[in-house]
Design a protein around this ligand. Structure first.
Ligand code: SF4
Ligand code: SF4
Length: 177
């Protein structure tokens, strides 16, 4: 089948109507509300419950909540978590958390923000917070260690006061908790 080429009329050969039409679209958009975000200076406000990067949190008294049970390490699909539990004699950390981890790492390059670690944690010690933009200049920089995870996670005002009872008992017996 032969498709006949349409002959251009005078105005079409001038191309001016097409150019003017293009300018009209440009001018219309020029006066519209700007929707371009100046990232990274401007960032999205993410909704409540957003699942960003997972961080470790501390309790109201500033103590590490994690007890090195390693459930999150076991359940993590891409194996992004690595935990070294405390050796014999417990954790060097002060307070009642005798099984606070010696090391706790999350490889943010592997993490898929699935939230399994948060769901499985019996101590409510790990939460997916709102950070969605993690950057670094090397792969090593994106492996977050325990100190960094705790600093980013901050204090979590939770409802579990599991050590309070023990501390109260210790105080009643005149022993420092
Ligand atoms: S959010 Fe998912 S992938 Fe990321 S550390 Fe937790 S379990 Fe692993
Ligand atoms: S973060 Fe939670 S699940 Fe993971 S080792 Fe600590 S206590 Fe266990």
């Amino acid at each position: 089948m032969i498709v006949k080429r349409k002959k251009l009329n005078f105005w079409e050969r001038l191309y001016l109507p097409a150019i003017i039409g293009g300018f009209k679209v440009t001018i219309r958009h020029f006066f519209k509300k700007k929707v371009t975000m100046q990232y990274p200076e401007e960032k999205w406000v993410v909704p409540e419950g957003y699942r960003g990067a997972p961080y470790l949190v501390k309790d109201q008294e500033g103590r590490t909540k994690c007890v090195s049970c390693q459930l999150c390490e076991f359940v993590c699909p891409p194996k992004a978590i690595r935990i070294a539990p405390p050796g014999p004699g417990g954790s060097p950390e002060a307070g009642n958390v005798e099984k606070a981890p010696k090391e706790f790492e999350i490889n943010m390059l592997r993490c898929i923000f699935c939230g399994f670690c948060q769901e499985v944690c019996p101590e409510e010690a790990i939460f997916l917070l709102k950070d969605y933009s993690l950057t670094g200049t090397s792969r090593q920089e994106l492996i977050y260690d325990k100190e960094k995870l705790l600093a980013l996670g901050g204090v979590h005002q939770d409802q579990i006061h599991k050590w309070k009872q023990k501390a109260d008992e210790a105080l009643a017996q005149g022993v420092a908790p």
